[in-house]
Write a protein that binds this ligand. Structure first.
Ligand code: KG4
Ligand code: ZN
Length: 342
């Protein structure tokens, strides 16, 4: 397939944390392949991601993952128009594996190179699942390292209106899961345990940031959960893990949903999307949908496989960058602390 204005096939590469991923996506929305090699089993032994191990595993796996992504797409390198890669934010050693690989491929194959912001990739995951989605819309991005509320004005125009003051939503899930002995990664385990629990069993606080209606705070909630566990242990009382998880999850979800709806209402936007690993959470999806329906707003979320880290979302975001003329070169570097909109 050769490049024409309306037919651009992008090989996306993602290695910012603990997934080595490659995908082939046509025109930003049509996924031809999406290969993810997860390192979760190995990091689980240590209770979290070990950066040095993550980098080494990316090195071991990246060529095989790319080869498989091309094979599943039924294409060779000659069928690829653009090489895209996550440039940040993330773990620097992990990012460097993908960035170096992408630079080498682009240089050897004489293909254009586009470095992508990981969070912009998460947002773009919605373009894959919702073929007709166009800006403007409000997007809540909730991942392991970020909690952002943004007004998406255009495919490349992000107005960051809210953020967490302390822990990210996913990080809070992971810490609570560890405290109740569910292990890593916490989000999916808390989600599963909650299904058997009563969300009204324990009243946990919903943190508000005074004078900042779109900002989030989860440290008070996290402390309240840890205090609850300590008190129970001191009194020799058994903890009902399912009730604790369900009550905690309800508190997080209510904070996320209330601010997102408030933002959409104040900005006069009637389309709400969620993205990032925590957007796979069943209660968040359900509550956001219900809240949107009550306000007559449209609610969108990616298929679960495109919520957590993947390379299809990177190739999708890269498409809009590429159309806008973005081209990187051999000086592209990993940027571990990249901010949204940079
Ligand atoms: O977006 P992501 O895959 O990686 C980052 O960019 O950080 O997000 C990972 C985060 C982890 O904290 C994980 O516990 C959380 O997303 N997560 C969930 C669920 N699935 C993943 N949190 C709540 N419920 C889930 N079902
Ligand atoms: Zn991510």
């Amino acid at each position: 397939m050769t490049e024409t204005e309306n037919n651009i096939t992008i090989l996306g590469i993602e290695s910012s944390c603990d997934e080595t991923a490659a995908a082939v996506v046509r025109n930003g929305r049509e996924v031809l392949s999406n290969v993810i090699s997860s390192q979760i089993d190995i990091h689980t032994v240590y209770g979290g991601v070990v950066p040095e191990i993550a980098s080494r595993l990316h090195c071991e796996n990246i060529n095989g993952v790319i080869r498989l992504a091309l094979k599943e797409a039924g294409l060779g390198f000659d069928g690829i128009d653009v090489i895209a890669v996550t440039k940040g934010p993330g773990l620097v050693g992990a990012l460097l594996v993908g960035v170096s690989e992408a630079k080498a491929l682009a240089w050897a194959l004489h293909k254009p190179l586009v470095g992508v912001h990981h969070i912009e990739g998460h947002i773009a995951a919605n373009y894959i699942t919702h073929a007709d989605l166009e800006p403007p819309y409000v997007c809540l991005v909730v991942s392991g390292g970020h909690t952002h509320l943004a007004v998406i004005r255009g495919y490349r125009e992000f107005e960051l209106v809210g953020r967490t003051m302390d822990d990210a939503a996913g990080e809070t899930f992971d810490k609570v899961a560890r405290a109740v002995g569910l292990g890593y990664p916490g989000g999916p385990k808390v989600d599963r345990a909650s299904r058997e629990g009563d969300p009204h069993a324990i009243e946990f606080p919903r943190g508000e940031v005074r004078d900042h209606p779109y900002d989030f705070t989860f440290s008070g909630l996290k402390s309240a959960v840890l205090n609850y566990i300590n008190m129970a242990q001191m009194k020799g009382e058994e903890i009902n893990t399912a009730d604790l998880c369900a009550s905690f999850q309800k508190a997080v979800v209510e904070s996320l949903v209330s601010r997102t709806i408030r933002c959409a209402e104040s900005f006069g936007i009637r389309k709400v999307a969620i993205a990032g690993g925590v957007s796979a959470n069943s209660t968040l999806r359900e509550s956001m949908r219900e809240a949107c329906e009550a306000k007559g707003m449209e609610c969108l979320y990616p298929e679960p496989v495109y919520c957590t880290d993947n390379a299809a979302m990177i190739a999708s975001a890269a498409y809009f960058e590429y159309l806008d003329g973005v081209r990187d070169d051999a000086f592209l570097n990993a940027e571990p602390n990249l901010k949204l909109g940079n």
